[in-house]
Write a protein of this length. Structure first.
Length: 246
């Protein structure tokens, strides 16, 4: 059975102001862990690890920007940082590519990094945004290309809300690549309110999504993320509504 985490970007202003207080409040809501984001230079790995330990939170991943992988020196630094932090899941959060050729080149880079990080004991992957849902000139969306051309140990971190916003059927897309969804993002989306809503009060069939997660042995973490409503109340409502459905 998967654990419940939250992407700390959901409360980004509070996190920027006070890491410890943010972790404390996340723990009080009931979440098992947090997924971090941001430039590695913002906080030392040792500081973040001590904060996680202080409040009994697990680390369910780190959204690591592409800038942290651009050179061999940066790759070595990222590996060292994640080892000190004790982070198993290293996920690229976003890429700007728009064409088949650009994505082919990026997928090749993903595969090389995946092999490198796997050798070091990590699980590497990519997070979905609306852009990866758009049909390209080859008749496929980038998410399909990534799913078909990356190895089985590559994390395809589908974002349910982003998939719906991009015009895809999130249930069908999640089901298709579920065995690569070691971590998955549960994000609410409403055609009327866009991201300004919470899980269970939007347009997504969360029972169907949860059933896929439950029936996928590879799914270790369900991670709640909020783009809008940068506050603790909204992630608390997401947690409460999810617990009623699980």
């Amino acid at each position: 059975m998967f654990k419940l985490g939250v992407q700390i970007y959901s409360v980004r202003d509070a996190y920027a102001a006070d890491v410890k207080q943010s972790f404390k409040r996340v723990k009080e809501i009931g979440y098992d862990g947090v997924e971090l984001f941001g430039a590695l230079a913002t906080h030392s790995a040792e500081f973040l690890r001590s904060c996680l330990d202080e409040f009994g939170l697990e680390l369910c991943g780190f959204h690591t920007g592409w800038a942290e992988f651009e050179t061999e020196e940066k790759v070595v630094n990222t590996i060292s940082y994640m080892k000190k932090l004790g982070c198993k899941y290293v996920v690229v959060p976003w890429m700007p590519q728009k064409t088949v050729a650009e994505w082919q080149e990026t997928i090749c880079a993903f595969n090389k990094l995946n092999a490198r990080f796997r050798e070091e004991g990590f699980v590497f992957g990519f997070h979905a945004h609306k852009g990866e849902m758009i049909i390209l000139e080859n008749g496929k969306c980038a998410w399909e290309m990534i799913g078909e051309q990356t190895p089985s140990d590559f994390i395809m971190q589908l974002d349910i809300g982003n998939a719906l916003n991009g015009g895809q059927d999130p249930i069908a897309l999640y089901k298709r690549f579920a065995d690569k969804g070691v971590t998955v993002h549960y994000k609410a989306f409403s055609k009327e309110k866009a991201y300004d809503c919470v899980i269970g009060e939007d347009d997504i069939d969360w029972k169907a999504v949860i059933d896929i997660s439950k029936n996928t042995p590879e799914c270790a973490w369900v991670i709640v993320e909020k783009d809008a409503q940068d506050d603790f109340e909204s992630i608390a409502r997401c947690y409460t509504n999810l617990k009623k459905l699980i």
